[in-house]
Ligand binder design. Sequence first.
Ligand code: SF4
Ligand SMILES: [Zn+2]
Length: 319
Amino acid sequence: MDDRRIPAGIWHERELVDGRIEKVLAMVLRTRGCVWARKAGCLMCGYRNEALEEVSQEEILAQVENGLKELRGEEFVKIYTSGSFLDDSEISPETREKIFRRLGETCSHVLVETRPEFAMNAVGLTGIVPTLEIALGLETANDVVLARCVRKGAGVESYLGAMRELRKAKIKVRTYLLLKPPFLTEKEAIEDTLDSILAVAGYADVISINPVNVQRGTFLERMFLREEYRPPWFWSLFEVIKKAKAGVNTTIISHPSGAGKRRGIHNCRKCDDIAMDLLKKYNLTQKPEVLDLTCNCRSIWESQIEVETALRYSPYLSD
Ligand code: SF4
Ligand SMILES: [Zn+2]
């Protein structure tokens, strides 16, 4: 079948929602892609590889229809694009409404993702499905890190403002935070994500931590290939979750891509699979005590933190 009529990706997952484990169908639609990626793009984002220059609204509707053929009783559907579902230049308001009306026939909960400048287009979609959830890729609540290490092309306040308005409109808000953007040491990355969780906990219903996964064709990949960047350790993610859950009540989850591989979050070969299993268990229970991992590689992680911290000189990040 023509690529333009099938989603770029489709998968099934499970998620804890209001104390119940729900089955989820997720799909990534092929659209013309992120407006920011066409201008400059975030340093770690390879989504432009999945974008299509020419794709009609009718073809986008066909992708949704074909994606929904994979429904196995899921009532929670997540629809991603390689940009913003709510950007009119990717998906027109008419197409969005048609998609939501179609989803409303079978689904009770729909999540879509957007940049903050398009967030309020969500208001036109309220009332079509019982629960509407908007995901925003804030990445970090630190403006310097957001501008210099992520190159997001939007400031923290634009995200917080969008979150406030969405919540006022009774729309659920999910925030993605990026664990270890380029140019941060392991320790700085832990602190950055922890600080960001504390900063956004009051605005978000769900915080999802995305440990960096080195994607093809990105600025970050160039650093990685020159051995100037190592993706975060599971130890770091577990430390962030444990410390954060001691301070905030918000649901915090993490579904890393490329886990256990060189380009994704990893510890050592002996404990990567165990760490991932523990993380899956944690996601569905929200009990940080299940992240109880023992492995000799912890001492390597500790040494990395010690050495990097001792050698750190970072004029790049100071104002
Ligand atoms: S991370 Fe999001 S905002 Fe940044 S370039 Fe990729 S799709 Fe666009
Ligand atoms: Zn290990």
